[in-house]
Ligand binder design. Sequence first.
Ligand SMILES: *[C@@H]1O[C@H](CO)[C@@H](O)[C@H](O)[C@H]1NC(C)=O
Ligand SMILES: *[C@@H]1O[C@H](CO)[C@@H](O)[C@H](O)[C@H]1NC(C)=O
Ligand SMILES: *[C@@H]1O[C@H](CO)[C@@H](O)[C@H](O)[C@H]1NC(C)=O
Ligand SMILES: *[C@@H]1O[C@H](CO)[C@@H](O)[C@H](O)[C@H]1NC(C)=O
Ligand SMILES: *[C@@H]1O[C@H](CO)[C@@H](O)[C@H](O)[C@H]1NC(C)=O
Ligand SMILES: *[C@@H]1O[C@H](CO)[C@@H](O)[C@H](O)[C@H]1NC(C)=O
Ligand SMILES: *[C@@H]1O[C@H](CO)[C@@H](O)[C@H](O)[C@H]1NC(C)=O
Length: 435
Amino acid sequence: MAPYLLFLLHLLVFSATTTTNAAAVSISPTSSPPSAPTPSSSPISSSTLDPKQLRALQSLNIPTSKDPCTPPPHPSAAAASPPPKTTCDSAAPFRHLLSLTLSDCSDDVALSLTALESLSTLTSLTFTNCHVTPIHFPTELTSNLRSFTCINSLNKLTGVWLSRLQNLTELTVSRVSITASGPSIILSNMKFLRSVTLSQTNLSGYLPKHTWHPNLTSIDFSVNHLKGKIPISITRLENLAHLNLSSNSLNETIPTTIGDLTSLQTLSLSSNALVGPIPDSLAALPELIHLDLGSNQLNGTIPKFLRDMKNLKYLNLENNNFHGVLPFNSTFIKGLQVFKVGENSNLCYNHSSFGPKVKLGIAPCDKHGLPVSPPPAKDTDPDGSGEGSDDDDYENVEEKKHHSGPSKVVLGVAIGLSSVVFIIIFLVLLSKCCR
Ligand SMILES: *[C@@H]1O[C@H](CO)[C@@H](O)[C@H](O)[C@H]1NC(C)=O
Ligand SMILES: *[C@@H]1O[C@H](CO)[C@@H](O)[C@H](O)[C@H]1NC(C)=O
Ligand SMILES: *[C@@H]1O[C@H](CO)[C@@H](O)[C@H](O)[C@H]1NC(C)=O
Ligand SMILES: *[C@@H]1O[C@H](CO)[C@@H](O)[C@H](O)[C@H]1NC(C)=O
Ligand SMILES: *[C@@H]1O[C@H](CO)[C@@H](O)[C@H](O)[C@H]1NC(C)=O
Ligand SMILES: *[C@@H]1O[C@H](CO)[C@@H](O)[C@H](O)[C@H]1NC(C)=O
Ligand SMILES: *[C@@H]1O[C@H](CO)[C@@H](O)[C@H](O)[C@H]1NC(C)=O
């Protein structure tokens, strides 16, 4: 009896400790264990990787003891494991690489022309935390590549080097310095580009006036040194869903034609030097989910049409020069996940639209629609961001988000403990009836 009890308790402790990152841990010993990645036998294809490509991978310190073309374990387990570093086509007798990820490279890894020539079948190439020196890519590789990603890798890139990758549909460069006069030189010949991220690249210069390709759906140039105005040409991209130009030095006004971007879902222009009003044409963007205009010098009143944007979940207008009465009530703000409006010293809210306890980081209005001075929120909000000490609604939303992680652990522990109790009762009953 005692060893059996011990075994069960042991099992329970084990299950309880594994509960932290999986809510659905089964206590029942009858359930099958999660299947480990099977390293062998794909029944479909018996061919393996082209030996030339195998040697190229070895030269890049990629372990090839397992067939790099082995498909990932079955879909449910694949979600938990990291994405595969390689994918292959199904050619016979030898398969060829289609995608390759080089990550966390050791210092002795170097790119060689020979290796890259062998790897010319790649359509997708990713470097993450891999500080090798970039070399001239062979023409065949350049022509085949559709997706290129470089995050905190390759030491330093030039615009000219990137501009050769003309067949790309996706380009991501982040946390790498790019030497270029501006984005134009990089993008002007990429006629098939759909998604481009050049973020934290120290890129300077102006946004392109002409070289936008009509199929672009996503542009992220955040955290660079781009200057000048937002060109009207960018508002002609009717497929654009995501535009992030935050943390640059863009100035002048938001183009009044911004409303032509009828597919737009996220717009972030925060932390620039934009002036003037929120354009009325923004009302024509029913898909908008995320609007971040914080930390500029925008002025005028906050337009009423924002409260009719049914999909809006994120609204940041803080740290600008807006004035007048905030045209929202608590119902509207409750519907948002994030709402920030603090640090607009001439903006105020109507007491009768909110409860008395409201903390928006701005002052209530007097009967002329002017802020009651001094703004009381300033005292309770030392960092002035409006974050953390916003109104109740906003705090509730934040709470929900922050507690969703820990609550899983609590749930796991609760399940574990109640199972212990259950099993002890069960064992006591068992020992009584079997005596
Ligand atoms: C782009 O791809 C096409 C077809 O695969 C190829 O003919 C062309 O040379 C490539 N362009 C460049 C610049 O590599
Ligand atoms: C950008 O430039 C600054 C100094 O000019 C440097 O400290 C920083 O590391 C650079 N960023 C990147 C991503 O290279
Ligand atoms: C843009 O996308 C459409 C539809 O996917 C496609 O037919 C067209 O060739 C693309 N244009 C360019 C320039 O890639
Ligand atoms: C825009 O870029 C900034 C900085 O890279 C990032 O923090 C922010 O989440 C991005 N916004 C969206 C909507 O993706
Ligand atoms: C907004 O600022 C611009 C210049 O920065 C100024 O010309 C304009 O009069 C201001 N508008 C309002 C409504 O304050
Ligand atoms: C808030 O305003 C909307 C209209 O914009 C209205 O339908 C709703 O009843 C108002 N809610 C409160 C609590 O006043
Ligand atoms: C505040 O709201 C009340 C009722 O909705 C309205 O009568 C009053 O005019 C508003 N005050 C200001 C300053 O807009």
